[in-house]
Write a protein that binds this ligand. Structure first.
Ligand code: CU
Length: 61
């Protein structure tokens, strides 16, 4: 069976924590990452109250 775009995409819950470095945010997935492609979309409020967002993609082999 061919894999179709968007097929198999699931949302995964994660714990989010801050660190001593205000530029660093730590996300810990609630379950082990099995091989595959992952997209992380994040949103935070900066110290000057502006919302900032970002997106990173990585692959687990
Ligand atoms: Cu700002």
């Amino acid at each position: 069976m061919a894999e179709m775009p968007g097929m198999g995409a699931m949302k995964m819950a994660a714990k989010i924590g801050g660190t001593d470095d205000p530029k660093v945010m730590v996300l810990t997935p609630n379950q082990p990452l099995t091989p595959g492609k992952y997209n992380v979309e994040w949103r935070a409020v900066s110290t000057d109250t502006h919302p900032i967002t970002g997106k990173i993609t990585f692959t687990v082999k």
